[in-house]
Design a protein around this ligand. Structure first.
Ligand code: ATP
Ligand code: MG
Length: 419
């Protein structure tokens, strides 16, 4: 894509009321537009990142048997009253609205009730189980605090999967599979080193749930990490009894601020019982379905990547989620660079070509650093005289001159290594 086609542009300053580093950088680099606190529009570049993260999540969910669907956002009260979550005393983040005839509707802040209820149409026998529907979509929460940019949105992207199993054994086997899928996801988006499987509060039906917490100064949670075991405990549940339970040694735990990028939860019959989702088991007896719920904040993950993988010049995207593979800059004849763009695209690379003619070299370099694509390829009279094109990785300072064939080989090698 040519930059002249992009209607967005970079800006020197973020809006004065934007406090978070992730949103400041994403706004300045032209990825998102701030509609209001906690509400961001995803511009073309930002949408490409959301799509990349989503497709990584999708591939890991599909691999373990997930099937994608799209839940409705508008909800009526029936199923939610059965679980008590229509009540403002229990849930304080509902956005509310009404039909013309006065019927109260609300915007889903999660979908356990909705999916449990609809599954009554499809699950009646043990032969219908297990089922693993998931949804990647916008969610709405009337959050009181929305100061963390993309990390706490009032409108935000997430992935939620709900599992429906025959019994605890089948549930536990899936729980272990999705735990590993989550580890793969955080590794693939470049946060593997900083993200810890964290014991958190389990609610009514299980002692613990698991969160995936990424260590960051921008985090709202406090966790205690055992680096030897690669495990952590959320401060919320941290007691001497928990330390003993998990075999973590107290002296070695390190306290860190962290961002909850995802969580996995055993729900047992918490939703199936009140909503009446039951099936006939092999003995012909009617029993409630065993459930779990598994979330990932996609926008929050994007914000976390920016918080953790940026430097004083701007964003440094991992190759797996960057909106384009490389930033092509032309300081010489645009035709030469355009030919190169076509060849790179033919070879399968996604190229952002800075074809702007009235912009200085310094500005183009600064914009490339701010936008953070993994590689910068420069076509200038100097590079052509030296025998080709100058390539530079966003995360390193050194540059090298390669001819067309060498450049393609180099990039193919780098991107294949990634797979
Ligand atoms: P938190 O404790 O941060 O409020 P939560 O426990 O309410 O999150 P869930 O309802 O379990 O979160 O949602 C699943 C995932 O969705 C969370 O792990 C988080 O990554 C993401 N998420 C939750 N709320 C938001 C939000 N307001 N903005 C962006 N992402 C969110
Ligand atoms: Mg939480």
């Amino acid at each position: 894509m040519k930059m002249s086609q992009l209607f967005t542009r970079t800006r020197k300053e973020a809006p004065a009321d934007e406090q978070s580093k992730n949103a400041q950088l994403l706004i300045r680099a032209g990825y998102v537009y701030k509609e209001m606190a906690g509400v961001y529009t995803f511009l073309p570049l930002g949408l490409r990142v959301i799509d990349k993260i989503s497709s990584i999540i999708k591939s890991e969910m599909d691999r373990i048997g997930g099937v994608q669907m799209k839940n409705s956002v508008l909800q009526k009260k029936d199923a939610w009253e059965k679980t008590g979550r229509w009540d403002d005393e229990i849930v304080d983040v509902w956005f509310k609205t009404k039909l013309q005839n006065g019927t109260e509707l609300r915007l889903a802040f999660t979908h356990e009730e909705a999916v449990t209820n609809l599954m009554k149409d499809f699950i009646s026998s043990y032969k219908d189980l297990p089922a693993y529907p998931y949804d990647i979509r916008t969610m709405f929460r009337n959050e009181t605090r929305a100061k963390s940019g993309l990390m706490r949105g009032r409108e935000f992207y997430w992935k939620a999967l709900y599992s429906f199993s025959k019994d605890e054994e089948e549930h536990n086997a899936f729980y272990e599979k999705i735990k590993q899928a989550y580890i793969n996801i955080f590794e693939r988006v470049g946060l593997g080193d900083k993200t810890f499987l964290t014991f958190a509060s389990g609610g009514t039906f299980s002692k613990y749930s698991h969160e995936f917490q990424t260590v960051s100064d921008a985090g709202e949670d406090i966790i205690y990490i055992d680096y030897d075991k690669n495990l952590a405990v959320n401060k919320e549940v941290y007691t001497d009894e928990v330390l003993a339970d998990l075999g973590l040694s107290k002296a070695e735990l390190k306290e860190e601020k962290a961002i909850e990028v995802g969580n996995i939860f055993s729900l047992n019959t918490k939703f199936s019982e009140p909503i009446g989702l039951r099936y006939k088991n092999e003995e012909g007896k009617e029993v409630p379905v065993i459930m779990g719920s598994y979330g990932i904040g996609i926008g929050r993950l994007m914000g976390t990547i920016v918080e953790e993988l940026s430097d004083e010049k701007g964003i440094v995207w991992p190759k797996s989620v960057a909106p384009f593979d490389l930033h092509l800059i032309s300081l010489a004849k645009n035709e030469e660079a355009e030919d190169l763009m076509r060849e790179l695209e033919k070879a399968g690379f996604e190229v952002l070509f800075d074809d702007r003619e009235d912009v200085s070299a310094g500005e183009k370099f600064a914009d490339a650093d701010l936008m953070g694509l993994p590689f910068r390829v420069l076509v200038s009279q100097k590079s052509l005289d030296a025998g080709g094109y100058e390539i530079k990785s966003r995360s390193q300072d050194d540059t090298q001159i390669l001819d067309k064939e060498e450049l393609l080989d180099y990039l193919k090698k780098v991107y294949e290594m990634e797979i």
